[in-house]
Ligand binder design. Structure first.
Ligand code: 13P
Ligand code: SF4
Length: 312
């Protein structure tokens, strides 16, 4: 429920936005109060497309660091703000550039496809970037015999290998939120709710994906719940997405995995660092700002642009 102070802050944010020609881009994993005041909510691909095309002078990125960094790379002339600079990502952190450089050098003849959940430094070491919504299309754009390194998510990489019949070399990284979703919990919920469909994000372990009725990016999962005739869904991903699922289909039931009341382990601790108040302060003070060197921007831009072109 929205408090008086939330409404007050939301009002101030709206005034500042007009004054400063700012736009608020939010990921689905943000807290509901932020989703409700955002100009645009989306998955990683949609957010990067929006960041590239906006006419605003300031982008307030309600998401995590690699997302705001991508927005800055795509719109270097704009001021990009991240309400909490500590909002990182365990998956991006699981791929340190120095180690990845050695891995790449040890496997010559491979091209590198990196999931957008990585640092700008990893992007500079990549031939093309992908997100969970376009990964299969991006991989399939290369000949079947092309040797590929896929980084940093081993679960998404393994899933693409299965769907496409490829044998991409996988970096051993994972998301601390999706990778801990347990098969026992899923099996228990499926037997308690035999009428429910299980939907999962491809960052989940293979065993969860094998049990699922549908696999997709956050936007794909949301769209599936709107279009599918089922009345009940077991949702194996970060809990923030439930806000839009419930708003879009108020008559349907959504059960997040795990459902243990005491455990909020499917809340991304980094996404949830952003609050309405921090967002207001960042817009008011125009900081913390994402600052990247022109050299880094230039080097990281081309694999992201290649992804956007291949996504059309
Ligand atoms: P998508 O929004 O592209 O599905 O990615 C999910 C995620 O983990 C973002 O950090
Ligand atoms: Fe990173 Fe996982 Fe959080 Fe997404 S949900 S930002 S992949 S830690």
């Amino acid at each position: 429920m929205k408090t008086y102070s939330d409404q007050n802050i939301a009002q101030k944010i709206s005034e500042l936005k007009k004054q400063k020609n700012a736009v608020i881009l939010a990921h689905y994993y943000q807290v509901p109060e932020i989703q409700d005041i955002a100009d645009f909510i989306g998955d990683s691909l949609q957010l990067s497309q929006n960041a590239k095309n906006t006419n605003a002078d300031i982008i307030v990125f309600a998401g995590v660091h690699f997302m705001a960094e991508t927005a800055k790379i795509l719109s270097p002339a704009k001021k990009v703000l991240l309400p909490d600079l500590e909002a990182g990502c365990s998956l991006a952190d699981s791929c340190p550039p120095d180690e990845f450089k050695k891995f790449k050098a040890a496997h010559p003849g491979h091209i590198v496809i990196s999931y957008i959940n990585c640092s700008a430094a990893i992007k500079t070491l990549s031939d093309v970037i992908c997100t969970s919504s376009n990964a299969i299309k991006i991989v399939e754009s290369f000949p079947k015999d092309q040797k590929i390194i896929f980084a940093p998510d081993k679960n998404l990489g393994g899933y693409i290998n299965q769907v496409t019949g490829r044998n991409m070399l996988l970096w051993n990284g994972s998301c601390e939120v999706h990778d801990v979703i347990k098969a026992e919990e899923v099996i228990r919920l499926k037997s308690e709710h035999p009428d429910a469909k299980l939907i999962a994000h491809p960052e989940c372990k293979d065993i969860i994906l094998q049990l699922s009725d549908f696999i997709g990016s956050t936007t794909a999962l949301l769209n599936y719940t709107v279009k599918d005739a089922s009345k009940k869904f077991i949702v194996a991903t970060e809990s923030g997405i439930l806000h839009q699922m419930k708003k879009s289909s108020p008559q349907k039931e959504f059960i997040i995995v795990p459902t243990d009341e005491k455990c909020s382990c499917n809340d991304c601790p980094y996404m949830k660092l952003n609050t309405l108040e921090k967002l207001y302060l960042s817009l008011k003070n125009e900081k913390p700002e994402i600052i990247l060197s022109p050299e880094l921007i230039r080097a990281a831009e081309s694999p992201i642009l290649r992804m956007l072109e291949l996504s059309l």
